[in-house]
Design a protein around this ligand. Structure first.
Ligand code: MN
Length: 351
């Protein structure tokens, strides 16, 4: 079996591993959570943590504020995930995965009940606000699922079987099938380890990344038809009206921002999706993507969101038109500033 390379396991400092291990050992009742609008890394790391804790003799509660897509039902344990109503007021320990800030956990974390409970915050977003009692934030990891391979190793839990399938899911989805700039030797080594542990790349790619409904293909056609391009920024909007007309779900627009960036003329992409949040409010979910050299997390943070340099986002409460106008202006400014600093530096190089 492939053992994790020391160059990769250094992402989990010894002190961090023993602090997390001790907190888990001392806890009787454990609540594990991840972020709202859960993606493959959120669901994979949540279920993966569930399998790690069960191996250690614990019986954790796994909760998500939003119902996860059935596309991920192939991951063992998927149907053990509960919603907000089944979360209790007291636990010995809370473990949050893939959430960049406390509000990203949604209503599975209620400040009035949970604020004084020890919280382990495991995340890879560079914008993480370190909201835990123990914070393990590693932006050099492509997915939280990658981080959990190192944690499992440190806790003596083999990354095989159910755990391997769960962790491979986040590794595949956050790297878009090993195609992002974050896909380095450690990511590929992690994939080798999970494959040896019995997980199938083909199965995970097919279920989590590739297969979509006919309705969602038609929806993409309609949205792409109205996409706009200006100053190296490509964007598309998707209103509630369109959504109701086409009978689309939240998951149907996933991946669209990545696809828009395949336009040769664009360096930055954005999608603006209107949806109703768990509190019944109309919100606009903004997803930003960028080619290497552009940092869209700065724009996301300025609008109250977060993320990584190549992929970031935010949720806004203003009307769709206003959100698009504000965000596109900021993204075009980011593109212009980059191009002018690039022109200056290449002038200096030639001068
Ligand atoms: Mn992630």
């Amino acid at each position: 079996m492939t053992q994790p390379n020391p160059a990769c396991t250094r992402f989990l400092p010894l002190g961090k591993a023993s602090a997390i291990g001790a907190a888990i050992q001392q806890a009787e009742s454990i609540l594990c959570v991840s972020h709202v609008s859960p993606d493959g890394d959120a669901i994979g790391s949540l279920l993966g943590m569930g399998w790690i804790l069960r191996s250690l003799g614990k019986n954790p509660t796994l909760a998500l504020a939003d119902k996860p897509s059935e596309d991920f039902a192939y991951i063992p344990g998927f149907h053990t995930i509960v919603g907000v109503t089944q979360v209790q007021e007291t636990y010995d320990l809370i473990i949050s995965m893939d959430a960049g800030s406390a509000d990203r956990m949604g209503d599975v974390f209620r400040t009035e009940y949970h604020a004084n409970i020890p919280l382990i915050n495991i995340d890879h977003h560079i914008t993480n606000t370190e909201f835990g009692t123990i914070n393990w934030v590693e932006p050099r990891c492509a997915a939280v699922c990658q981080m959990l391979i190192y944690l499992a190793e440190a806790l003596g839990v083999p990354a095989t079987g159910n755990l391997a399938v769960a962790l491979l899911t986040g590794l595949v989805t956050d790297t878009l099938g090993f195609r992002t700039s974050s896909t380095d030797a450690c990511v590929l080594q992690a994939a080798v380890q999970l494959t040896e542990g019995g997980a199938s790349i083909q199965e995970v790619v097919s279920n989590a990344l590739q297969r979509r409904t006919f309705a969602s293909l038609r929806l993409w056609g309609a949205i792409l038809n109205s996409a706009e391009l200006m100053d190296g920024v490509i964007w598309a909007t998707f209103s509630l009206t369109q959504r109701n007309q086409m009978g689309a779900t939240d998951r149907d627009t996933e991946g669209l921002a990545n696809f828009l960036l395949s336009a040769r003329e664009a360096d930055i992409s954005a999608t603006f999706t209107e949806r109703i949040n768990s509190a019944g409010q109309t919100v606009v979910e903004c997803s930003f993507r960028a080619n290497p050299g552009f940092d869209v997390s700065t724009v996301a943070v300025s609008l109250g969101g977060g993320g990584h340099a190549p992929a970031a986002g935010c949720t806004l409460f203003s009307p769709l038109d206003t959100v698009v106008e504000t965000a596109v202006a900021a993204l075009r400014r980011l593109h212009r500033e980059h191009m002018s600093s690039f022109a200056q530096s290449s002038q200096a190089n030639h001068g």
